[in-house]
Design a protein around this ligand. Structure first.
Ligand SMILES: *Cc1c(COP(=O)(O)O)cnc(C)c1O
Length: 419
């Protein structure tokens, strides 16, 4: 039995974890930034490495007793460098947001200019949004997508860059269903002498699997979370590429100093061990197959949703996520999220580009296939899920929701979570 000691010593915490496990067993996890990690990753995470203080870097620690900790961190670094084909990585970032913060700290002075994708068009908070540190301590300007096509308007990006002359440009998104042209971003960055940071938090698993072009030949810096399509523990990797080092040979050192002692104290070595395990998993042929199926499933789901009169931003998807504009369905994103949750389908309300409604009550939903593909679901299930979503959003009555809830449970039972 799992968590035996926890059950004996703290039944309250045990019960809550148990309940969460039950919830997951029976629901379709379709938030595109989530996934189901392997038991191996979870074992590394809950290991005694959690106890150790290891401020500093391998070979240069401020505490003693770090012989094995150094080994685990070096192993993780080597695996990350090999997999992403980059000469330098830092694996100590606690999560995606602190990793991005380290990039700012390394290359900008407070008040200097950053350009990122607007949150309202699919960008991340840390790409300059005003309520975030990035928009508070730095001067931020934004680019976005074309209203007609839903695609990043690269000519506009170039125009804004030339006018604003940012020192740092972020390319990357949390709610963009199409491929990102990192080559074009690099040309734009070069035209104004800016650093280009590709934030591949959402798509790093797809990059590894060859389903999304890698930014490694183009970006100076790359950041990624490790818990989204990469399917590892919560965490982050910051990378400096060959061209990053060519632009500024001290960039690796600047990143290291930004993470520690700039922003963080002791690294979470249990988390770093978990990242090492997930990188080994991601280097296997089955992961390449996984990435392929994530995209195939997402495209099938998109096609089936379109058949049911859903308007998709950019009219479809190239990756693991779908952004649906629900205005023609006359239901808000929030209402759809709540009803679907009752039916056992977890996804999130999301702003759509040029959303007339406020971010707290946006017009769209965002959904994706990383977690349900991990469970082993395929084409047949995508067709059914599109039908479930359509029925719930259209009918909205308790009877329909209850009926779909049962169907979702049945589907989930066919694809058990234990891995
Ligand atoms: C998820 C995400 C982050 C932040 O990651 P956290 O681990 O939630 O801090 C940063 N950038 C992008 C593009 C993301 O999708």
């Amino acid at each position: 039995m799992k968590h035996k000691n926890l059950q004996n010593q703290d039944c309250k915490v045990y019960e809550i974890i148990k309940n969460e496990e039950e919830r997951r067993k029976d629901t379709l996890e379709m938030i595109p930034s989530e996934n189901h990690t392997s038991s191996a990753v979870l074992e590394a995470l809950s290991s005694i490495l959690s106890d150790k203080y290891a401020e500093g870097y391998p070979g240069k620690r401020y505490y003693g007793g770090n012989q094995y900790i150094d080994e685990i961190e070096i192993l993780c670094q080597e695996r990350a460098k090999e997999l992403f084909k980059v000469p330098f990585v830092n694996v100590q970032g606690y999560s995606g947001s602190p990793a991005n913060m380290a990039v700012y700290f390394a290359v900008l002075n407070p008040g200097e200019k950053v350009m990122g994708m607007s949150l309202t068009d699919g960008g991340h908070l840390t790409h300059g949004w005003r309520v975030n540190f990035s928009g508070t301590y730095y001067n931020s300007v934004f680019y976005g997508v074309n209203e007609e096509t839903g695609l990043i308007d690269y000519d506009k990006v170039e125009e804004i860059a030339k006018r604003e002359k940012p020192k740092l440009i972020f390319a990357g998104a949390t709610a963009y269903p199409r491929l990102i042209d990192f080559k074009r971003f690099r040309e734009i960055a070069d035209s104004v002498g800016a650093y280009l940071c590709a934030d591949i938090s959402h798509i790093s698993g797809l990059v590894i699997a060859g389903e999304h072009p890698s930014p490694a030949p183009f970006a100076h810096l790359i950041t990624t979370t490790t818990h989204k399509t990469l399917r590892g523990p919560r965490g982050a990797i910051i990378m400096v590429t060959e061209s990053g080092i060519a632009k500024d040979e001290s960039l690796p050192e600047k990143i290291n100093r930004a993470v520690f002692p700039g922003l963080q104290g002791g690294p979470h070595e249990n988390q770093i061990a978990g990242i090492a395990v997930c990188l080994k998993e991601a280097a296997s042929p089955t992961f390449i197959d996984y990435g392929k199926r994530v995209v195939e499933n997402c495209q099938k789901l998109a096609e089936e949703m379109k058949k049911r009169d859903f308007n998709l931003v950019s009219d479809g998807t190239d990756n693991h996520l779908i952004l649906a504009d629900l205005r023609n369905k006359e239901i808000s994103g929030k209402e759809a999220q709540n009803l679907l949750e009752k039916a056992g389908i977890t996804l999130n309300k999301n702003a759509i580009p040029f959303d007339p409604n406020p971010p707290a009550n946006p017009s769209g939903i965002r959904l994706g296939t990383p977690a349900i593909t991990t469970r082993g679901m395929g084409e047949e299930e995508m067709i059914e899920i599109a039908s479930f979503i359509s029925q719930v959003v259209t009918e909205r009555d308790e009877g329909t929701v209850a009926k779909i809830r049962e169907k979702v449970k049945k589907m989930c039972n066919k694809f058990p979570l234990s891995r």
